[in-house]
Each structure stands twice: as C-alpha cells, then as structure tokens.
Design a protein around this ligand. Structure first.
Ligand code: RIB
Length: 306
C-alpha cells in the first residue's frame, strides 16, 4: 500500500468575505468595497493546498446536508482532494465563516462550526483505513478536541508523521503534545499553549522550548511576514520569508501547513519543508480568498519563487 499520502482531518467552511478600508468599530456601520463567497475552513484549505501542489491528498471531515456541502465538496474534488472519507451530518448545517478583510490585507474571522463539531472519535475510528495510506496526517482545532486526540493516536499507531496546527488557539492536554511530531502555532497560539508571553524571536524560542519539554518533537512557529521559527531538542532557527504585496492574509497559515505536510510527505528535510512552506504562504497572501489563493507547483515556478 502507498503510504506517502497526506491525510487531512478537519473542518470545511463556506467563507463569506467582505473587503473594506478599515475594520468597523463596535456599533459602527461602514460601507464595504467588495463581497464574495469562497471555499474555506482550515482543514479543507490545507487539503486543497497539498492537493494543488501535487500531493495525493485525502480528507476526513463532516459537512451538512445542504447546498454549501455541494459547493465545497465540488470545489475540493476539482482541486484534486480525494473525498472517499467525507461524512455528512443530517442535523447540523455545514460550517460557515464571516470574514472581514481590511485595506492592509489583515482579517477578522468569526466561525460558526455547525457539522464540523459533529466529527466524532468514532467517525475517525470507522475510517481507520484512511490512515493506512497516509505518510503524514495533519489536523487543526476546528473539530472537537477528543477527535483530534483520536486522530493523533491512530496516526502514531500506523507510523504516520502527525502534524498539529493548533488553530484556533486553545489549551491542549499534555498527552496530545507527546503524540505530536510537528506543532505549528502562530505567536498568539504559542502564547496560549505555553503560558509564556510572546513578543519577539527570543520569547518565542523560550515558549517553544516549553512545548518541547512537554514532549512535542518539533515546534514550527509561523511569524507572518517574518517567516517561521523552528525549535527542537537540537536547535532553534529562523527561516525568513520573502516580501510580497499583501492582498488578503486569510489562510496564509493554512497554505504554510498544507505545503509543510506535502513537502514532508515527499521526503523533504524539515529545513527544506519550512523554506518551501514559506514560499507557498507568501504566494497565498497575494490573492483574495482561502482555497482560491492556494498555488499549483507551476504557479510557484512561474513567479520564480522556487
Ligand atoms: O484559516 C482561514 C480559515 O479560517 C478560513 O477559511 C475560515 O473558514 C476559518 O476556518
């Protein structure tokens, strides 16, 4: 059996995106510039990213029995994600996200999880077959924590590399950290996970070491335009990102994670994988939307990023 695939266990959302000059203040009404609906959700975004780069990518997630599932699953399929293991919940609607993007490309996101939070540990168990094909398994925190735990346990049982993208931020049990080969927090998530204030590379390294002490093998902190920081037992190193004109930073973290998972599944070293993930993430912020902003390998080559 081929075990070089990337298995993504996670969420799918329909993103409703408005673009405006400045974020509105509480109680304020403003006029926006643009509105669009885009396929999103951290899990689906990471799966689409890996698949568009050429990875054999499959997705375990739960969508509602509604029009958004039809749109999202069509989109994922046409981007090359295998949906053999997609589950449907007849009671809850598919997840949605309300996203505001300001004139600087920054975003504010509110997610209503719907069916994503109905993905159970039993669902993961009943799809154990998917793990047999996976060299790398990646998940995030837009599904129940107990489901994330089960995903980690089954990944390790079958010898897959387990990557945890701890977004959105929450505290995590030590058992989960011990099962994690790579954890990929941003600075806010790292602060929450470690309990240490993070304001610069030095404090990020100290906070990341706290997670290493708890049993995570590698911490890869995403630093936005500053790139990424790798911390493990042997070393701590910053990998800088290239400068680009930012249109929309939504899903830059997902681009980084999807590309990291893909590169590791291709047998790249962690240094090579982080450099590649930085490039893919910097490409993604030059386009509006989540999955629409994920590049193919040809697109990356065309803009001479590689
Ligand atoms: O990381 C970006 C994603 O977060 C969006 O696509 C939105 O759906 C939320 O899940």
């Amino acid at each position: 059996m081929n075990t070089s695939g990337v298995l993504v266990v996670g969420s799918a959302n329909m993103d409703m995106v408005v673009v405006c000059e400045e974020f509105p203040k509480p109680g304020e009404t403003i006029l926006g510039r643009q509105f669009g609906m885009f396929a999103g959700g951290k899990g689906a975004n990471q799966a689409v990213c890996s698949a568009k780069l050429g990875g054999d990518t499959f997705f375990v997630g739960k969508m509602g029995n509604d029009i958004f599932r039809e749109k999202l699953s069509q989109n994922m399929k046409s981007d090359g994600v295998r949906l053999d293991y997609l589950l449907i919940d007849n009671a809850e609607p598919t997840g949605i996200a309300l996203i505001t993007v300001n004139g600087y490309g920054q975003n504010e996101i509110v997610v209503v999880s719907g069916s994503n939070m109905k993905l159970t540990p039993e669902d993961i168990n009943s799809h154990e077959k998917a793990f047999l094909e996976a060299g790398v398994v990646i998940t995030q925190l837009e599904i129940p924590l107990k489901t994330v735990m089960e995903t980690a346990r089954i990944s390790k049982k079958h010898g897959a590399v387990f990557i945890l993208n701890p977004a959105p931020a929450t505290r995590l049990p030590d058992e989960l950290l011990r099962l994690t080969d790579y954890i990929t927090p941003n600075e806010i998530e790292l602060e929450m996970l470690s309990g240490i204030p993070v304001s610069d590379a030095g404090s990020a390294t100290t906070a990341a070491k706290r997670l290493i002490d708890k049993g995570v093998k590698n911490v890869v902190v995403t630093l936005g335009s500053k790139g990424a920081l790798l911390v493990n037992r042997d070393r701590s190193e910053i990998f800088t990102a290239r400068e680009v004109d930012v249109v929309d930073s939504t899903a830059a973290g997902d681009a980084f994670n999807g590309a990291l998972a893909f590169a590791i599944s291709e047998g790249k070293t962690i240094d090579e994988a982080i450099r590649f993930a930085n490039i893919v993430a910097s490409y993604s912020v030059t386009k509006l939307g989540a999955q629409t902003s994920m590049p193919t390998m040809d697109e990356i080559k065309a803009v001479k990023m590689l």
